[in-house]
Each structure stands twice: as structure tokens, then as C-alpha cells.
Design a binder for this molecule. Structure first.
Ligand code: K7E
Ligand code: CUA
Length: 652
């Protein structure tokens, strides 16, 4: 046990608990300033927010949509976790979206959303987000705010240094946190060192429809790959990954992965590797992974199992990968808007380390190496160092930029956001967070053009900040105004799940692209109908298919007879409405699934397996009109042995 106590991280965690419990922290603004702050986050009834913020749900597996500066929650977009409210993963159309090589996986841990870019600026077409646990990348289409694609990542585990996009969304990148045997196989854990590998996956994104496809996987040494960011401007074409556990320990990492004085930032020249694979380089290896696509015309997801993936070893492409020594177990890996500075946030380091892209290129050209790791050249720390921010705080995690030459770094242990200047490395301001901040987000932060008006800090601990709700209290974000010299805390707001990273964008870019309805005439759903003339009920063995419509304020049909115990009854329900904001819902007594919430012009399906004879009602779950309570129907269920014919009707 003595050995454990020597671990600096534990000592620092102890200090953190002390700080968190210490009540004499500056509690922020006084009364007069508070009313001023209230005005600055107040969005009057009927007015719109200036920014969208897409905040990850962490262990909720979802992505939440907020407005800034109000902090108002608009929507929780289901991504990796089943959501009964929207039937995600419950209806027949979206179940395939959660398929993986491990079967149907109804949950994940989502950390890092990133919005698509064109020429290094956010274009608001899609937002990508990682699933850590069963490695996946999802794409959300921001015209409909729905998850429309999920691709599983083979050879990967704890998909954490993900999902960040290059400056023309050429790639969304997914780095493995855990190294594992590649390919997976039965072997002793003690043989980790030298044998386990870390896959860095480059997923191409179709510039037209956003379709994702794994272009190649770079098979790296068995480190942990924690976070990553793309180069931009001059450094476009490179991608940077922080590593820890360069010790390659497989047990008690809190001690064994904290031995090396420096770990690395891995710099990957993806353009060079892209060229190599475009010329036939790399090796196809067997790998099973699911590729799930949701089609807005058929309103249906399909899952395809892929069988192979293209892998590249760094040694095959000399000059494509270098290692930049970085103290000490770095977490965040953040690139400034010019693309010159790469910030490594060493969790156990007293100072913040900033590398220079220009110096890195000079050192590479001069071939000034300090040995290698598994054949990958290590550059000299002094040769690539742009500067250090000296003792800015304790436990640095993540850095964002305001586009005006300032950087903002979160410190988990000392629980604060620290503002410092790029180039002079001087600390110019610090503000406490309540409490223990993880990520922070400046809208447009991961691009050439951050908006630089607000920063959102996302905190791990809230303690006494809100009314208590039993042992589990809300997670929380805090909004600061950063338009002046000093940061000003404006607002606390609760979040869904545990927020990690977030992505923010000017509302104007998204607003005008937002779809209002699905066009009924474009509905290509296999079981969809476009008018009441197509309403019917069909039997196929013990399967019964109900082609049903819904419009204010009835279902058609609303009386169905001839269903029997033992049948599998499919309700294929089309919402015939073509007006904005008129969804209908449907639910059936005793159905082992969720309701459906169906948008105008859309078709969805649920399955009901009646267990008992009787007359069983169904009803609309969304208060759609003054006669919403009249929107109901009955299904008569007869014993399995009965010979009552199928019949259906409305108003007869
Ligand atoms: Cu720092 Cu998963 Cu980005 Cu959370 S990670 S804090
Ligand atoms: Cu339709 Cu309520």
C-alpha cells in the first residue's frame, strides 16, 4: 500500500477533495453584478438563443441540445442508448442502428461531439460523436437532429480519442484508448508489453451525403491513446494524439502508468498515409464490424456486417508518424486556431506543455531524433517545444481558444478555468468552477474561427449548487462571458448525463437548414402508405401487418378484429399530417416495447404479441388537438383456435 500512497495523482486527488470541501472559495458575483449577469443570459419569451450547444451525455450515451446563453434544454438526441420517448432502439426501424459485432448493444458512453467543417470553419451539416465502450462513431444529421449513421470500430477498445474531424471533414478520427491484441485473440494479459496494439482509425466522410467508411487503421504501439485533434492551416494534413501508459502496463495503472517522466503526443501525417493507401499500400485484414445507416426516405435503418479492414503499420510509411515527448500522462491534445500550437495537458505535470508545429517540421527535416519507439522516431523535447505555461494550476485536462490569441485550460484538481496567452505563455486570468471541471467549450473552438464570446465549463461534481435530489445530484455546466479581459461567470445550468466535451455553433447556420416535416410523397417506407385508400390489415401465417394512418384526430382503422393469441402483430403507422409540429404517438396495452412518436410524413413500426383474449385499446400519446383524447381504437383478440376473419373499419 505504501507504494500507492507515493502516487502523485492520489496525493493530488486528496488535495482536490480538500479544495472541493473548502467553502471559502470566491462565490462569484455579488448582488448588483448578479442582476447584470441575469440580463446577459436572459432570452425573452419567444426570442431565440444565439448559439446551439451540443453537449455529450457521457454515461447517458446521448447528445443534448441546449441554447446559449440561456442554458435552456431543447432536445436529447438519442444516439447510442435506447430512448423510449422517441422509440429509438425500440421500433423496428431503429433497432438495426444499435447492432454491432457483439449483437444488439442498447447503451454506450458518449464523450466528444464535433461538428463538420468546410475550410476549417463549422458548416453545421453533421455532428459526430464517439461511443467509448463498444467502439462506435455516430453521425447526427443536423437538418433533422437525428442519428443517421453508426459505424463500429474494429481492433479498438475504449474509443476515446474520437470523434474529431479534419478541416474539410475529409476524415472523422477514432483512436483507441485501450490497446488490445490485434487481431483479438486468447493470450495471457501478462504478455501485453510489445504485443498489444493501439489502432488509430481514419474514417472517410463522403462530402455529399456524409457516408462514413473506414479508410485505414494505423496500428500503433500498445500505449493508451487519450485524446486527439486535427492540424489546421499549415498543419492541415496532420493529426495529433496524446498518449499515456507508454510504460505499457496492464495492471495498477495509477502507479505503473505514471512512471515515465514524459509520454508522447503522436503526430500522424494522414495525408501521407492516405497517398500510400491510395497507391495500393496497406494490408486487408479480417475484421467484423457493423455499419448501420438510417435512410430518411425509407425512414428505416439497415445494418451491414463488414468483414475486413485496411491496416497500415507506421514502419511501412517512413516519415508519416513521429513522437513528441510530453510530460506527464497528458490528457487533452488541443490545436490552436492557427494550427501552429499543440497543447498537451499533462495531468501530473506542474506546467502546461505547448509544442510548435513549425519547430516540429524543422526537427523532422533536420532528422534530429532522440531514438525511437518500435521504429517510430522520437523528436527531442527541446526541439519541438514552443513554450510552457508555468504552474498555471493543478490537474490540467482540456484547452480551448478564443481566436484572439488566448487559450483557456481547465484544471480538474484546482477546479478552475485559467486564461493564458499564446506566445507569451503568461496567465492573465483565472475563475473558479463549481466543481472539478472536465472539458470546456467555446463555440467554434475546434476550428479556425472560434466565436470567442462565451466559454462553457462542464463540471464533474456539483455538491451544493442545486436543490438536493437524493444521493445522485445533477451534473452541471457553467457559462462564462469571455468577451472582456476577465472571464465573468454568468450562469449555472444542469445537464443530462455526465457532460464531457461539447460543440457549439452559431444558431443562424443551423436554423435555416432545419427540416420542418417529412414530405409524404417522398415516403419510401416498405410498409408506408400515402393515403387512407391504402389502409389495410393483412395476415401472413401468424404475422399480422396493420397498415395504419393517423391524422387529427383518429387512427385508420380504429377497430380491428380477427387477431389471435399467438399472433405477432406489426403496427406500421404513417402520420399523414403535413403541418409543422404535429406529431402523433401510438401505444398499445401490453406491448413489450415503447410508444411510437411519429413525425408528419413518417412511418414507424412496433410489434405487439397479444397474450390474452379480449378487446384491447390503443391510443395517441402526443396531445395533438382538442380531440386528442378521442384519438383511440380497439383490437379484438380471440383465442388461438378461433376462426374469426380479419376485418377492420373506421366510423362504421
Ligand atoms: Cu476529459 Cu472523455 Cu474528453 Cu471527459 S474526457 S473530462
Ligand atoms: Cu394524435 Cu394525440
Amino acid at each position: 500500500m505504501k507504494k500507492i500512497i507515493k502516487n502523485p495523482m492520489l496525493l493530488m486527488l486528496g488535495l482536490s477533495l480538500f479544495l472541493v470541501n473548502c467553502k471559502d472559495q470566491n462565490q462569484g458575483n455579488n448582488g448588483a453584478l448578479t442582476s447584470n449577469a441575469a440580463e446577459r443570459v436572459y432570452v425573452a419569451p419567444g426570442e431565440h438563443d444565439e448559439y446551439y450547444a451540443f453537449i455529450s451525455g457521457g454515461f447517458s450515451g446521448q447528445l443534448s441540445v441546449y441554447g446559449l446563453p440561456s442554458g435552456r434544454l431543447f432536445k436529447v438526441i438519442p444516439v447510442f442508448s435506447q430512448d423510449a420517448e422517441k422509440a429509438w432502439g425500440y421500433n423496428e426501424e431503429t433497432k438495426p442502428m444499435l447492432n454491432t459485432s457483439h449483437g444488439f448493444i442498447p447503451w454506450d458512453d458518449s464523450h466528444h461531439p464535433d461538428i463538420s467543417q468546410t475550410n476549417g470553419e463549422l458548416d453545421g451539416r453533421w455532428v459526430f460523436i464517439n461511443g467509448n465502450n463498444t467502439p462506435r462513431i455516430a453521425k447526427i444529421d443536423l437538418s433533422v437532429f437525428e442519428t443517421t449513421e453508426i459505424i463500429e470500430i474494429p481492433n479498438s477498445a475504449g474509443n476515446h480519442s474520437s470523434a474529431f474531424v479534419t478541416e474539410n471533414t475529409e476524415y472523422v478520427v477514432a483512436g483507441t484508448r485501450f490497446s488490445v491484441p490485434v487481431p483479438q485473440r486468447d493470450m495471457p494479459i501478462s504478455e501485453y508489453k510489445g504485443n498489444f496494439k493501439g489502432a488509430l482509425t481514419f474514417i472517410s466522410v463522403d462530402p455529399e451525403d456524409g457516408g462514413m467508411d473506414i479508410k485505414f487503421q494505423l496500428i500503433m504501439p500498445g500505449f493508451d491513446y487519450d485524446l486527439s485533434h486535427p492540424g489546421r492551416g499549415e498543419s492541415h494534413g496532420w493529426f495529433f494524439f496524446t498518449t499515456y501508459n507508454t510504460e505499457e502496463a496492464s495492471t495498477l495503472l495509477e502507479v505503473n502508468a505514471s512512471q515515465n517522466d514524459k509520454d508522447f503526443i503522436a503526430a500522424v501525417n494522414w495525408k501521407k498515409i492516405e497517398e500510400y493507401v491510395n497507391n495500393g499500400g496497406g494490408t486487408m485484414m479480417p475484421a467484423r464490424y457493423a455499419h448501420n445507416v438510417y435512410d430518411d426516405a425509407t425512414h428505416t435503418g439497415t445494418s451491414t456486417m463488414k468483414e475486413e479492414v485496411l491496416v497500415v503499420n507506421p514502419s511501412e510509411v517512413p516519415g508519416a508518424v513521429y513522437l513528441l515527448p510530453t510530460p506527464k500522462s497528458p490528457h487533452g491534445c488541443d490545436v490552436d486556431p492557427t494550427g501552429e500550437y499543440i497543447v498537451g495537458n499533462g495531468k501530473l505535470s506542474a506546467d502546461l506543455t505547448v509544442h510548435s508545429f513549425t519547430k516540429m517540421m524543422d526537427a523532422i527535416e533536420g532528422e534530429k531524433f532522440d531514438g525511437d519507439a518500435y521504429g517510430i522516431p522520437i523528436l527531442k523535447f527541446e526541439d519541438v517545444l514552443a513554450g510552457t505555461v508555468s504552474q498555471p494550476g493543478l490537474g490540467p485536462l482540456h484547452t480551448e481558444f478564443d481566436g484572439k490569441g488566448n487559450a483557456y485550460t481547465t484544471f480538474f484538481i484546482s477546479s478552475e478555468v485559467v486564461k493564458w496567452k499564446l506566445g507569451t505563455w503568461e496567465v492573465v486570468d483565472r475563475q473558479p468552477c463549481y466543481y472539478s471541471v472536465g472539458h470546456l467549450m467555446i463555440p467554434g473552438g475546434n476550428s479556425r474561427k472560434p466565436y470567442g464570446k462565451y466559454v462553457v465549463a462542464m463540471n464533474k461534481i456539483t455538491k451544493d449548487r442545486y436543490l438536493p435530489t437524493g444521493p445522485e445530484v445533477t451534473q452541471s455546466a457553467q457559462l462564462y462571458d469571455i468577451s472582456g479581459e476577465k472571464m465573468e461567470l454568468l450562469l449555472d445550468f444542469p445537464t443530462v448525463g455526465e457532460p464531457h466535451y461539447a460543440a457549439g455553433i452559431s444558431a443562424d447556420i443551423i436554423k435555416e437548414r432545419s427540416k420542418k416535416i417529412f414530405d409524404l410523397q417522398d415516403n419510401k417506407h416498405k410498409y408506408g402508405i400515402t393515403s387512407d385508400a391504402d389502409v389495410r390489415v393483412e395476415r401472413d401465417g401468424n404475422e399480422v401487418h396493420i397498415y395504419m394512418s393517423m391524422i387529427r384526430s383518429h387512427f385508420n382503422p380504429d377497430n380491428i378484429e380477427g387477431v389471435k393469441v399467438g399472433d405477432k402483430v406489426y403496427f406500421h403507422v404513417t402520420n399523414l399530417e403535413q403541418d409543422y409540429d404535429v406529431p402523433h404517438g401510438v401505444s398499445m396495452i401490453g406491448a413489450n416495447t415503447s410508444e411510437l412518436l411519429i413525425m408528419p410524413g413518417q412511418t414507424e413500426t412496433f410489434v405487439w404479441e397479444p397474450k390474452q383474449p379480449g378487446v384491447w385499446p390503443f391510443y395517441c400519446t402526443d396531445f395533438c388537438s382538442a380531440l386528442h383524447q378521442e384519438m383511440q381504437g380497439y383490437v379484438r383478440v380471440s383465442p388461438a383456435s378461433s376462426n374469426i376473419d380479419l376485418s377492420w373499419s373506421l366510423g362504421e
